[in-house]
Ligand binder design. Structure first.
Ligand code: NAD
Length: 466
């Protein structure tokens, strides 16, 4: 069986061979600082049910630590530790000033109704808040598999009840609903970040050559695994903005395929309504969705869960490029096979960092208590109107309305969020690319990403005198 935590450590150890860190420091970086296990009872349906959950803190070289909370029957302490480690590395790559953390609750969220789930989430949150494992200055969760803005709102409310005088309380969790101190663009952020990374890849001739691609992104096809938050958004943006053709979607209970292209909004509506792709009229249904991972396409985007490409199927993957939108979708051995087959992989710790980047913006907004762009928007509009007036007076001509409207529209918060996200993702990508291209010994892009991350964390430990 593939072990996610062992594989994550193997990826780091591989990268450590190319950095000059001492064994002691390397060991400190790899080791998970702490994992708290909680078991709590909740009275539901006339009886008491006991739930088990974890919050793991991988690295406190920067605080608060940050990482999502997943609600999933398959979650366990080691999985949460592996995910917490990935958070440390991804924050380092894109320069988000956080350490890594992660949480999990072993539960099938679909077995409980909303009221029951709220009770369970609030109890779980109480246990973590009591121990500063949810706190604006110490540890800030966000959504992950099986959770969304709804659960984050419950958690924030629970924090407020326990710490009513904490003026920064709403920064204790990110990914909240907009009306509850959330941030526009957070829900789409991870998918949007994956899109920005793919665009940047297609602007890199040296990497395109390795993937045997030309730079025409709109002529490419892709297959997606997992039509959840991340998978839906990345597919929507790639198909709508970049005209990349989505030809297959794999879900847990079957997938669909259509060479002519799939409309992701339409497919998602069907999936939400019927909870299956069976009888979907606009594509062929494939009962065993894992077969879609092997179908010919240019880009494969696993956006569901870990260990879906292993030594068992890596030899059959026929995409030129895999972009890990999910955390840990490729096992260590599977990755070795892909490397041998020269299939280019953009790793999770770079590709899916968009979520934590925008979570960082949300946290900053909560601490500032004012939305981005609030102070300067009107002032900028006045300045632009003055400029247009000056140009018109000097030239004696009237500026066409379509240009005028574009200039005077003003910048909305979402524009600032997307611009900040784009900048952080490109920066991260460029750092990893530089590491990869400038050091011939580094065998693959993932190792370059890990090397970039661990050296930044090491520097941070250096500054705090470790
Ligand atoms: P989600 O629960 O919204 O979506 C996951 C989807 O994958 C669901 O539709 C589920 O049915 C599907 N799925 C589960 N098992 C599958 C299987 N075996 N085959 C095909 N489909 C399967 O979760 P999400 O938030 O979109 O997260 C997806 C992945 O992205 C996870 O690995 C998560 O850790 C990672 N991630 C999420 C975020 C975020 O902001 N939500 C950020 C970074 C990374």
């Amino acid at each position: 069986m593939n072990n996610f935590l062992t594989d994550t450590t193997r990826y780091v150890n591989k990268a450590l061979k190319y950095s000059g860190l001492t064994d002691g420091l390397a060991n400190k970086i790899v080791t998970c600082n702490s994992t708290y296990t909680v078991r709590f009872g909740v009275r539901l349906r006339g009886e008491i049910f006991t739930f088990e959950g974890w919050r793991s803190v991988h690295s406190e070289h920067m605080e608060p630590t940050k990482g999502g909370i997943r609600f999933d029957l398959a979650t366990h302490a080691e999985e949460v530790e592996a995910l917490a480690a990935l958070m440390s590395y991804k924050c380092a790559i894109i320069n988000v000033p956080y350490g890594g953390s992660k949480g999990g609750l072993r539960i099938n969220p679909y077995e409980w109704d909303e009221k029951e789930l709220e009770k369970i989430t609030r109890r779980f949150a109480q246990e973590l808040i009591k121990r500063d494992l949810i706190s604006p200055s110490m540890n800030v969760p966000a959504p992950d598999i099986g959770t969304s803005s709804r659960e984050m709102a419950w958690i924030a409310d629970e924090y407020r009840k326990i710490h009513p005088s904490d003026i920064n309380g709403s920064a204790c969790v990110t990914g909240k609903p907009i009306s509850k101190n959330g941030l526009v663009g957070r829900e789409e952020a991870t998918g949007r970040g994956v899109q920005f990374i793919i665009r940047e890849f297609f602007r890199s001739p040296e990497l395109l050559k390795l993937a045997k691609f030309d730079n025409n992104l709109s002529s490419k096809t892709f297959i997606l695994q997992g039509l959840g938050n991340v998978g839906f958004h990345v597919s929507k943006f790639l198909t709508e903005d970049d005209k990349v053709k989505l030809i297959g979607i794999a879900e847990h209970n079957g997938g669909i395929y259509n060479e002519e292209g799939i409309n992701v909004e339409h497919a998602k509506k069907h999936f939400i309504r019927y909870k299956t792709f069976e009888n979907y009229k606009k594509a062929t249904f494939i009962k065993d969705s894992s077969l879609l991972l092997k179908r010919k396409c240019d880009i494969l985007i696993p956006a569901a869960r870990e260990n879906v490409i292993t030594e068992k199927n890596a030899g059959d993957v026929s995409a030129n490029l895999i972009v890990e939108a999910a955390n840990g979708p490729i096992s260590f051995k599977g990755n070795q096979i892909l490397n041998r087959r020269k299939i280019f992989v953009i790793p999770d710790i770079l590709a899916n960092g968009g979520g934590v980047a925008v979570s960082y913006f949300e946290w900053v907004k909560n601490l500032r208590h004012i939305r981005f762009g609030r102070l300067e928007k009107r002032r900028n509009q006045i300045q632009i109107n003055n400029l247009i007036e000056a140009i018109e007076t000097m030239t004696g001509k009237t500026m066409p309305k379509k240009f005028k409207d574009k200039f005077t529209d003003g910048i909305e918060e979402i524009d600032l969020v997307r611009s900040g996200l784009d900048d952080m993702m490109i920066d991260g990508f460029q750092n990893v690319k530089k590491e990869f291209l400038e050091n011939e010994k580094i065998p693959d892009f993932r190792t370059a990403a890990y090397k970039t991350a661990i050296e930044k964390i090491a520097l941070s430990y250096d500054y705090i005198g470790l």
